[in-house]
Design a protein around this ligand. Structure first.
Ligand code: AMP
Length: 395
């Protein structure tokens, strides 16, 4: 336990902690949700006892409460060896994880304009653990950093280039930690090195993105300046015609309302009119609810189109990889997506798809398939713990 690494992930209204040992084993995890609200609560995984939180606890209070409870219950040491923080936006400043000092905190603050809901709470988490553990090395791991290897043809939009030079408008991409984990894990499972592995990685959770990885590096990705672009998601529209803004304005819908609709009321929820939850949608579709069936259709078709688009960035393909709550669990989504990709030579084995991992280390492709298809559970916390350990060792 002496060498344990604490991972801190502050979301807009939630907080997740995970503790790893030096052999990558997860020792404990804890979450706090609905922060800053009247019904804020916290719990430790596998422990039914309540965790006391102040009323309407904020991120800092929840972090302090969870850490002192984990210590009291002897689930974490008095002082961890290092601490890793998930930070959503690193802009163009951070091409990889960084040891945290005052300059790094200031640079993360500067990127807050690009991720106003996330970077400020990430900084709160960093400051809170720096107060609690002033002598422990702390590391920031950025969702955007892995995509900093995109070439200009992949990251620039076809708009006046002053937007990029003056206002930093470009594709940044997100879920980078998960896609990086996929590249490493696919390489390991295929018996290759990361530097020779090329995959298409589909992270399908409530947020969804797909990345082309060539020789271990991200070369194209579907999310853009913000996490709204690309695939259909739980409540986000993904790609739309930008002309929609004008059109809705002509119908009297203000910009702030359009933002809310595209981020929180669209995607699977918007199409089905019922839910953003894929599992619930599958059940509704099975009971004849047509809008839910249509939501699944549109989700899979958009995803298939993006698999095709990602091929443009690769010289060869070692595997198409699925991850995230939907990618890992929904054999229906995988099957329906790959039905559109027969022309590219993808075929899956229905039995392996239903029982992925049982026979073949996550392989679900049919013997005839031109490319392997894998299902790999993601583990962003583990990547953050490894980065924290790696950079702390350089001190
Ligand atoms: P995540 O954001 O990665 O936690 O993923 C959340 C999404 O995964 C939700 O849409 C869930 O409905 C979906 N999901 C989780 N388990 C299943 C399952 N067994 N079948 C279909 N979707 C699932």
């Amino acid at each position: 336990m002496k060498q344990s690494i604490l991972v801190v992930n502050c979301g807009s209204s939630s907080l997740k902690l995970a503790l790893f040992d030096e052999t990558d084993q997860q020792l404990a995890s804890a979450t706090a949700e609905r922060l800053n609200g009247k019904d804020a609560f916290a719990r430790i995984e596998g422990d039914n006892r309540t965790v006391a939180l102040p009323a309407s606890a904020d991120h800092k209070q929840a972090l302090q409460a969870l850490i002192s409870t984990l210590r009291e219950r002897q689930l974490m040491p008095a002082i961890p060896a290092s601490i890793g923080h998930r930070v959503v936006h690193g802009g163009e400043t951070f091409r990889e994880a960084a040891l945290i000092d005052d300059d790094v905190v200031a640079a993360i603050d500067e990127c807050a304009g690009l991720a106003p809901l996330h970077n400020p709470v990430n900084v709160v988490g960093i400051e809170a653990t720096r107060d609690l553990f002033p002598d422990v090395p702390q590391v920031a791991v950025f969702d955007t950093a892995y995509h900093q290897t995109l070439a200009p043809r992949a990251y620039l939009y076809a708009v006046p280039q002053a937007f990029y030079h003056d206002w930093s408008v470009r594709r940044y991409g997100f879920h980078g930690t998960s896609h990086f984990f996929m590249a490493n894990e696919a390489a390991r499972r295929l018996g290759k090195t990361l530097a020779t592995t090329s995959i298409i990685s589909a992270h399908l959770g409530n947020g969804c993105s797909i990345t082309a990885i060539r020789d271990g590096l991200s070369v194209d990705t579907s999310m853009g300046l913000t996490p709204l672009e690309g695939l259909v998601m739980g409540t986000r529209s993904g790609d739309i015609d930008p002309g929609l803004f004008d059109y809705l304005a002509s119908r009297g819908i203000p910009l702030a309302e359009v933002h809310k609709i595209l981020n929180h009321k669209s995607g699977l929820l918007g199409i089905s009119g019922q839910t953003n939850d894929m599992r619930a949608l599958c059940e509704l579709a099975d009971h004849g609810h047509e809008p839910s069936a249509l939501a699944i259709e549109i989700f899979c078709f958009r995803l298939a189109k993006y698999v095709g688009a990602m091929m443009a960035s690769l010289r060869h393909l070692d595997a198409l990889v699925f991850t995230g709550g939907i990618g890992e669990n929904s054999d229906r989504v995988r099957e329906k997506t790959l039905e559109h990709l027969g022309l590219l030579g993808f075929t899956i084995d229905p039995d392996m798809n239903e029982h992925h991992g049982r026979y073949s280390d996550g392989r679900i492709d049919h013997a005839d398939s031109r490319f392997p298809v894998l299902v790999i559970p993601t583990n962003e916390e583990l990547v953050i713990a490894r980065e924290a350990r790696r950079l702390a060792a350089t001190l």
